[in-house]
Design a protein around this ligand. Structure first.
Ligand SMILES: Cc1ncc(COP(=O)(O)O)c(C=O)c1O
Length: 499
């Protein structure tokens, strides 16, 4: 049965289907007549059927029925080019290439995450210019939604075009001038990247090192600042994705400020999933990424810079080493008053980020934090019921990134491969010294759902039992259900007391 008929069956009638999609009945009856649903409705179909009909099914069917063919000029070769000219064909791939349709996956790795169908649909809207007044209006909303998730009034809060690494470089190239001393905290992969940035900016790094899996030690930072009175900046990762460890961003910022140093904070994995309070914690510069708890497509890096710092960068006498990331130039496009061309903004990705942030606004930021915590507690109960041990001590565990040690004698990579091939489930591997020793289970953004928690526990349990581990099938799921039940009971009591 084609997707159009399946939709009629799911919604009961063509009229009900038209109502659900807010369409004219004639449109729906046309779908039924031609026997497919046009590709642009793929995301909505998946959303409104709660995944019973996948977007990919709609896309596959639509492209089979009505392939989009872009033909250049007709055969009379008006510009002197012969169709299929030998010279051009030399460079054509020998293999016949079809349109690319990725499979449906459950994404529970370190990011990217699954994307809400509303975000995917928004992203596939027609392109408009980056100076179009409608787009400019959307940019202002986007900035205000970012201020909400960052909890700040900083006017310079905007998405840098590029992944989280670009947001990181944006902060370092603008704030670190050659010769500046920077305390760099390193307790995982991403502190190491900060160190690289300091070196490349000509700064003088002072490394404060903590074990992988432990938070940044505030005492060590204080000691380093005491020893290096000329240090201008302290840089640290709030949520270390490589280990699932959370550091105390508020305390580290206070310590830096007491010694007149500024902070650069990596909130790539924390933003949207656990509290980040830029104004209350007085963070000077912070960056994140679109593909983690914001659950958008990769390729945008929200940043927020305090007004004090913007002034400081404005007054820098030396030329900032990167043209693309020079804050003073970017302000011409993203600033409060002007919209002059800097680079071609990735418009459709920005539509998507707007929608992703709108979803967080609708849910409520605190509810989003609470959701990440709730599903983390359930997943943790299940993983521990399987005898798996967390890398990080409980009070520093990130809800959105759960790293556990792979049991002795189990082929870590083979488990991940089987999960992907047989269950369509992606989880993360260990990095650096933890490579081959741990698994990382992400619970970020739209991926942070009870169905994913249960699928993950069942799939992992089944693979481990197949590999000969002495586990009792169903124990992990029961533990997770038990954790949910306890949390529901506590919530009900709290509500009762408040009433
Ligand atoms: C904590 C942290 N910082 C920085 C990055 C780099 O972000 P991206 O991969 O988007 O460049 C990541 C990516 O996983 C990260 O987890």
């Amino acid at each position: 049965m084609n997707c159009a008929l399946r939709l009629v069956e799911i919604f009961g009638s063509q009229a009900d289907l038209a109502r659900a999609f807010q369409l004219d009945r004639a449109v729906v009856s046309h779908w039924v007549r031609v026997g497919y649903v046009p590709a642009r409705w793929a995301g909505e179909v998946e959303r409104l059927t709660s995944g019973r009909i996948g977007a990919v099914e709609v896309l596959d069917e639509a492209s089979a029925k009505k392939p989009v063919r872009v033909k250049s000029r007709p055969d009379d070769a008006p510009f002197g080019f012969q169709q299929g000219s030998q010279a051009m064909s030399h460079f054509a791939p020998s293999k016949r290439i079809q349109s690319f349709h990725p499979p449906q996956r459950t994404l529970m790795g370190p990011g990217p995450t699954e994307i809400h169908p509303r975000v995917l649909t928004t992203m596939s809207q027609p392109a408009i210019g980056y100076l179009d007044p409608v787009f400019v209006e959307m940019m202002e909303e986007l900035k205000s939604l970012l201020r909400y998730v960052f909890q700040t009034r900083n006017p310079l809060t905007f998405p840098v075009s590029g992944p989280g690494s670009v947001g990181m470089e944006f902060c370092f190239v603008n704030l670190v001038a050659p010769g500046d001393k920077v305390i760099v905290c390193q307790n995982g992969v991403f502190g190491g990247r900060m160190l690289e940035n300091v070196l490349r900016c000509g700064g003088i790094p002072v490394v404060v090192e903590d074990k992988w899996g432990e938070p940044v030690d505030p005492q060590k930072v204080e000691d380093a600042l005491k020893k290096n009175k000329d240090a201008r900046i302290v840089a640290f990762v709030h949520a270390e994705t490589s280990t699932g460890c959370q550091s105390d961003a508020k305390l580290l910022t206070q310590i830096a400020h007491q010694r007149d140093a500024l902070v650069i904070v990596d909130a790539v994995t924390s933003l949207g999933g656990s509290p980040v309070k830029v104004e209350e914690w007085e963070i000077d510069a912070i960056y994140s990424a679109s593909q983690k708890c914001l659950s958008c497509t990769p390729g945008l890096s929200p940043v927020s810079i305090s007004e004090r710092l913007v002034e400081r960068v404005r007054k820098r006498k030396d030329k900032i080493h990167s043209w693309f990331m020079d804050m003073n130039l970017l302000l011409g496009y993203w600033g409060a008053t002007t919209r002059t061309y800097h680079h071609t903004a990735p418009t459709n990705s920005l539509f998507a980020l707007h929608e992703a942030l709108l979803l967080i606004r609708e849910e409520g930021l605190e509810n989003s934090w609470a959701r990440h915590q709730r599903h983390h507690v359930a997943l943790k109960a299940g993983l521990e019921a399987m005898g798996l041990e967390f890398v990080v001590a409980e009070k520093h565990q990130l809800p959105q990134m759960n790293a556990v040690r792979c049991p002795e004698g189990v082929d870590e990579a083979a488990v991940r491969k089987t999960l992907l091939n047989e269950f369509g489930l992606e989880i993360g591997a260990g990095l650096g010294p933890l490579a081959g020793k741990i698994w990382r289970f992400g619970l970020m953004g739209y991926s942070c759902r009870p169905d994913n928690v249960m699928l993950c526990l069942s799939a992992l349990g089944s693979v481990l039992v197949d590999m000969g581990l002495p586990l009792h099938v169903g124990d992990a799921e029961a533990a997770a259900h038990g954790a949910y039940a306890q949390m529901h009971a506590r919530d009900a009591q709290r509500k009762k007391r408040a009433a």
